[in-house]
Ligand binder design. Structure first.
Ligand SMILES: [Zn+2]
Length: 170
């Protein structure tokens, strides 16, 4: 269920929200105090960690997309820059520091049951040895011709774009 469907009451005055079309979008609206639930996409970050000809991916241990492979990353916290997010997430997920080299691309994630996200995808290299923080998840480096079958979000597209652009070893 999307957040748009989930939220029923105004967070300001507790009045029941109604659907209203504003700027050509149907949004939840409070006709008592004027609150609008815009349901903006959430910013998230990912990183293409490359080594020689290969890209590092993690296998998800939890829903959504349990068992699917993804690039490391996560949601931007309040007050955090996107680059701070990706450094924190890679430290948490891989136990490694990364050297961020730039942005590989920005993608609209419209296939996550939790809602729409804007995925800011960096590229970089891992500075330390990788040790997973959670045992039930695996990781591996993949070449572009041998990517796993199940890849979540727009990460297959991002990896293919990355190799197509040929910017991988800068
Ligand atoms: Zn209200």
């Amino acid at each position: 269920m999307s957040e748009q469907d989930k939220y029923k009451y105004c967070p300001t005055c507790s009045n029941a929200l109604v659907l209203k079309e504003i700027e050509h979008h149907k949004v939840k609206y409070c006709d008592k105090c004027g609150f609008v639930f815009w349901n903006n996409p959430k910013p998230t970050t990912s990183v293409l960690i490359h080594k020689d000809n290969e890209i590092l991916m993690l296998q998800r241990a939890e829903e959504p997309f349990k068992g699917f492979w993804v690039l490391p990353g996560g949601f931007v916290k309040y007050g955090e820059s996107a680059e701070e997010t990706i450094r924190r997430e890679t430290k948490e997920e891989l136990g490694a520091s990364i050297h961020v080299k730039g942005i590989a691309g920005v993608y609209l994630i419209d296939n996550d049951p939790r809602g729409m996200h804007i995925d800011i995808i960096f590229h970089g290299v891992a500075d330390d040895a990788i040790t997973l923080s959670r045992e039930d998840k695996s990781w591996a480096y993949f070449t572009k011709d041998h990517l796993p079958e199940k890849i979540a979000y727009k990460h297959r597209e991002a990896i293919n774009d990355w190799f197509t652009k040929g910017g991988q070893y800068s």
